[in-house]
Write a protein of this length. Structure first.
Length: 349
């Protein structure tokens, strides 16, 4: 049986990955610090599952990571652990450097030491997969898409910290031989996303009939990727990716932020109309843009398609409809998040 150590596995993408992997017969050890965006209740279906172990802790805790590696002897480490919200990085960049750079360095060193001590056959099979973002590439004009050869040009403290972590992963492969893989994904959406991000935030505010704040003119473009498709891509890279390589993962679904909000409004109007019968797109309110807001991201996932045969299974329309339905059916999960310290005061993109 395959054994994975998944860091950041109680976060949005990490938890979806863990749930999917365990359901498919993979044994998973989840390590998560449970910061504000980590939610262990997402993993509640696995609470007594024989193939899942949850450990609360920091990827930078080298003694703990070393203990978990020695005890569970994973075939691979999948690193989702990261501070990931651009707005928060503008307000407080130090936390992003601490987790995304210093924490990743500690994890890499622990994994290098573990890998070095393995028997030859296990050494050859081991993988360290680092999950990153398209934001490291900067901002695009009206044409073109990011490829794996696009030069890094991060524009926010968040993307700069992720770029640094990507470079550390690359360096550990070239310097020490650690068998690494890196994925850079576009904007994810789907179940269990912390409601500071655009899609779940708009769903909740639209359900309540509240104003829907959109940064600037709302025409910033992102490539939207359903989280389940992203998780499948990561597993395919883990299974068949070439050591030392980077793979871009995108949904082939470019939309402006305004388009995304309007789509959600239409889906909710159809499923759960407001009591007064008003169209929810009338709630859209343009607010002051955030500093340094990148205008457009787009992913060319051709390498992943050609070399590993991966394609997204969801279109933007099917994925967004499924997502809206999930949030409508899982309001208790959302309320547990909102009963904590978060009060829906931010808007991601």
């Amino acid at each position: 049986m395959t054994v994975l150590l998944v860091t950041g596995g109680a976060g949005f993408i990490g938890a979806n990955f863990v749930l999917q992997a365990v359901a498919d017969g993979v044994r998973v050890v989840t390590l998560d610090k449970l910061t504000y965006a980590g939610n262990v209740t997402t993993l509640a279906p696995l609470e007594r599952h024989r193939d899942h172990v949850f450990v609360r802790g920091d990827i930078g805790d080298r003694a703990l990571v070393a203990q978990l590696l020695a005890q569970h002897r994973p075939d691979a480490v999948v690193n989702f652990a990261a501070e990931s919200h651009v707005d928060r990085s503008i307000d407080g960049p130090a936390a992003f450097v601490e987790t995304n750079v210093v924490g990743t360095l500690g994890l890499l060193e622990s994994c290098r030491d573990y890998w070095t001590a393995l028997a030859l056959q296990e050494r050859r099979a081991f993988r360290f997969l680092h999950v990153s973002t398209d934001e490291v590439y900067g901002s695009l004009g009206d044409e073109g898409a990011f490829t794996e050869q696009t030069p890094y040009a991060p524009n926010s403290p968040y993307s700069a910290s992720k770029a640094a972590s990507d470079h550390l992963v690359r360096a550990f492969h070239h310097t020490y031989g650690l068998p690494v893989l890196t994925t850079n994904c576009s904007n994810n959406y789907g179940p269990y996303q912390f409601p500071e991000k655009l899609v779940p935030l708009v769903i909740q505010k639209a359900l309540a009939g509240e104003p829907l704040p959109v940064y600037g003119d709302g025409l910033n473009v992102r490539d939207w990727l359903y989280v389940g498709d992203h998780c499948q891509a990561i597993r395919q890279v883990l299974k068949a990716g070439s050591v030392g390589e980077t793979y871009n993962v995108g949904g082939n679904a470019e939309r402006t932020n305004l388009d995304v909000v309007r789509t959600i409004c239409a889906l909710l109007d159809e499923r759960q109309p407001l009591a007064n019968g008003a169209a929810r797109n009338k709630l859209i309110t343009h607010v002051k843009d955030r500093p340094g807001h990148d205008r457009r991201y787009a992913i060319d996932a051709g390498k992943l398609r050609r070399e590993l045969g991966w394609r997204p299974t969801h279109t933007f329309d099917s994925g967004m409809a499924f997502t809206v339905d999930w949030y409508l059916a899982n309001q208790p999960w959302i309320q547990r998040v909102l009963d904590g310290s978060y009060r829906m005061e931010r808007l991601g993109s």
